[in-house]
Design a protein around this ligand. Sequence first.
Ligand SMILES: Cc1cc2nc3c(=O)[nH]c(=O)nc-3n(C[C@H](O)[C@H](O)[C@H](O)COP(=O)(O)O)c2cc1C
Ligand SMILES: O=C(O)C(=O)c1ccccc1
Length: 389
Amino acid sequence: MNDSVRAGIGQIRLAQTYAAGMMGQRAAVPFRADELEARAAAIMSAEGFGYLRSAGMETTARANREALDAARLVPRMARDVGMRDLGIELFGRRLASPLLLAPIGVQELAHAEGDLATARAAASRGVPAIFSNQASVDMETCAAAMGDAPRWFQLYWTRSEALSESLVRRAEACGCEAIVVTLDTTMLGWRPVDLGHGFLPFLSGQGLAQYTGDPVFRAMLDKPPEEDVLAAAQLFSRIYSDPSLDWGRLKRIRDWTRLPVVLKGIQHPADARRAAEEGWDGIVVSDHGGRQVDGAVGSAAQLAACVEAVAGRIRVLFDSGIRGGADVAKALALGADAVLLGRPYIWGLAVDGEAGVAAVIDNVLGELDLTMGLIGCSSVAELGRDYLA
Ligand SMILES: Cc1cc2nc3c(=O)[nH]c(=O)nc-3n(C[C@H](O)[C@H](O)[C@H](O)COP(=O)(O)O)c2cc1C
Ligand SMILES: O=C(O)C(=O)c1ccccc1
């Protein structure tokens, strides 16, 4: 697609967005993040929504918002922004925008089609989906629905390295283009809302799709998971993550795949620097949307320092607290190469399935495109610290 075609499509999408809003049609998917979340809350079960939102006292979730709100863009004028290019290059692939969908587990809590609806929406927009290790639909099924659209896989390092290796090899076989190893969830955080509900989706077999079809996982069970879900769930709880993982052992993944490996959950600049020194391919500066250490610093407040620490050696992605296109612009201005969208697309999934996820993506990218144009910036590469107050 050449630039003028891309810009044209962007304009048409925007025009449609405005037309729907201005003709007074109540959009199926609200444009404001807070309204969208409220709509999802009204649709999902209390337990499911509690799990989706769950963040202790939400101290870190608030810190994420405070840090993003505190970053202020400074618009520049008369700079010819008639043609804007949201495209980036990431690990050898040209992407239409700097947006990816964050790995989010147990999507069946939001919608019966779960990850499959998300995968289709992502593919329709050329936005990479990152398949969660805790998905409700296995990676092979999602990948098969995506044509050659970009997809990645997120791994939780299990206590069985044979199982971790199997997951990584399956990801490579179904066309994933990068592996994200999530480091911040070696144990599940303290989640008072879920504890109060007595709810953990895995205990009833939800979110286990990547495991139940895995030959290594199945070989560890006496009976197949279809016959004994409880045993599968218990095995999962024993092995899904290994808190004794360290920087040294992490390197074993290089024996399993030649795909780029991205470390997710980095917050300290010293960890970011170490990731760069050890030659990892990228990091995701993230606090898991405030779900792990309630009281941790907001990731947006750490982003610039992490970017500085890696000094251009590896790619820096960011998530936690992104709610719209202006937030994406701020993260890019703070030095991120790309941004992962988290809960908002799940709210869209709850409200309107595949179409809901697509609408949320369109709205975020529509706002990003307008924000870039209005601050006088015509490409992602140009978007840096000088656009911030
Ligand atoms: C319900 C839920 C499940 C999640 N599951 C995973 C997961 O399986 N793997 C992972 O690496 N991150 C997971 N995350 C974290 C997201 O990838 C991302 O870091 C976070 O949602 C970003 O914060 P935000 O939702 O505030 O934007 C999950 C987040 C939520 C809300
Ligand atoms: O709930 C989560 O945030 C999450 O990432 C997770 C991790 C391990 C098992 C289940 C969910």
